[in-house]
Design a protein around this ligand. Structure first.
Ligand SMILES: [Zn+2]
Length: 93
């Protein structure tokens, strides 16, 4: 048979331990460099370390991402129009 009070005690011990490890964790809130994953300040913006190589790479990546997003929108727009266009045209005529 399971001793209910013992189980309760164990759970209390576990939760207190978990809370303790969380509370005593001396890790300050921080971010990591997007490129090399070095720890950086929380306020660092853009999210890269001071390394020029990382700054360059981040800028390049961001430009690529922006371009990708534009193309996605264009394709999505075309895709949507191929569906919606005929319906609209039919309803107008
Ligand atoms: Zn870096």
């Amino acid at each position: 048979m399971v001793d209910a009070s013992k189980v309760k005690q164990n759970i209390a011990k576990m939760t207190s331990k978990a809370r303790g490890s969380l509370g005593s964790g001396k890790v300050q809130p921080h971010k990591h460099c997007r490129v090399c994953f070095t720890m950086i300040k929380l306020s660092a913006e853009p999210r890269v370390c001071g390394d020029q190589a990382c700054i360059d790479k981040n800028a390049r990546d961001e430009r690529n991402q922006k371009q990708m997003r534009i193309w996605m929108f264009v394709f999505l727009g075309l895709f949507a129009f191929s569906f919606v266009g005929p319906i609209i045209l039919r309803s107008v005529v």
